[in-house]
Each structure stands twice: as C-alpha cells, then as structure tokens.
Design a protein around this ligand. Structure first.
Ligand SMILES: Nc1nc2c(ncn2[C@@H]2O[C@H](COP(=O)(O)OP(=O)(O)OP(=O)(O)O)[C@@H](O)[C@H]2O)c(=O)[nH]1
Ligand SMILES: [Mg+2]
Length: 169
C-alpha cells in the first residue's frame, strides 16, 4: 500500500550536498525515520542517496542525525537514529513521520531487535507507513533473504531505486 504524502511542510532549505541541487521553490518535505540495529547500514544508505558514495569504514552515529537531502527533485528529511540508542529513547522525532524504515541486514539479531523496536514505535507513534528493508544483500545467502523485505545493497546500489520509487511515487 502506498502512503499518501499529505503531511508536509514548507521547505526552503538548500541542499547540503554538491551535485544534487534542489529547487528553492516551496515544496513538500517527506519525513523518513530510519531505525535498526547498529551497523546494518542506515547512515550509509542516506549517504548513497545523497552523494552516491559508499564507505567501507564504520562510523557509528551518536544518538541521531537529521539529514536534509534532495533525491530526484524531492526534498527528504531523514532522521537517522543510532542503532545502539534509538530503542531506549522516548523521542518526539518519531512523532510526525511519513515513513519509518526498519532496516535489517544478514544477522538474526538485527531482525529480532529491529522488529521489537519497530513495533514499539508503531504502537506509540503510528507513522503513516513502515517499510522493512534488508540491506547487504551482496553478502547474504539466498536462504537468509526475508521474503517480506525490500532487499537492497547500499554497497552495490542494488534495489535502492526500486525502494525509493516505492516510497516516493
Ligand atoms: N557489505 C556491505 N556492507 C555494508 C552495506 N551497507 C553498509 N555496509 C557497511 O556496514 C557498516 C555500518 O554502516 P553504517 O551505515 O554506519 O551503519 P548504521 O546502521 O548507521 O550504524 P549505527 O550508526 O551504529 O546505528 C559500514 O562498515 C558499511 O561500510 C552493504 O550494502 N553491503
Ligand atoms: Mg549510523
């Protein structure tokens, strides 16, 4: 089911990233929260969308980052929650989300922890839509792929455009 993206606000912010220039006209900004166990690839996913880069290094997010990006002429506010902390937080940043991405990778613990957190957030804050995303399919055995998930690899770029098409259009 697609989300009707009616919850917007005026956004006149300029893009932080070179190469992706947003129109400065007023337009809707989609608010996407992204949660998941530490190290599943949440921050790198946003980097891939904003600067088309991938970094092998792991720099854990501290608490959360708000990232305003422009992706294919759409303004998106990403709320990138640290995997080590988001589930302990009563956080107003979950309150007005259009979409909550719940990201897992190839590990069972990421699914177990992530599912618990996502269901708590869902019950408490009722985002319009929750999307289960399985990242790192470049290193996942076929029998570990989750049938219900959108499957992506931030490393190889596989599945990213399909996922964003599904969220945005
Ligand atoms: N093989 C592979 N590695 C990936 C992929 N995406 C991310 N990684 C690696 O996974 C590690 C963690 O990525 P991050 O994006 O920092 O993870 P995070 O979910 O933001 O982690 P926290 O901020 O601690 O919650 C990095 O070393 C990335 O290079 C992928 O698609 N494939
Ligand atoms: Mg991070």
């Amino acid at each position: 089911m697609k989300t009707t993206l009616m919850k917007g606000r005026e956004n006149t912010k300029k893009n932080d990233f070179s190469g992706y220039v947003c129109s400065e006209k007023t337009k809707m900004s989609l608010k996407i929260g992204i949660v998941g166990t530490a190290g599943v690839g949440k921050t790198q996913f946003i980097d891939r969308l904003s600067t088309n880069t991938f970094d092998r290094c792991y720099n854990p997010t501290d608490q959360y980052d708000i990232r305003n990006i422009c992706y294919r002429d759409k303004d998106i506010e990403f709320r990138d929650f640290a995997g080590t902390q988001y589930y302990m937080t009563d956080n107003d940043l979950f309150f007005d989300l259009d979409v909550l991405i719940f990201m897992v990778d190839n590990t069972e613990i990421s699914y177990k922890n992530g599912r618990k957190a996502a269901s708590e957030i869902l019950a408490k804050y009722a985002p319009n839509r929750v999307v289960l995303v399985q990242n790192k399919i470049d290193i996942i055995e076929d029998d570990k792929l989750l049938s219900r998930a959108c499957k992506i690899s931030v490393k190889t770029n596989e599945g990213i455009q399909e996922l964003m098409d599904d969220i945005l259009f």
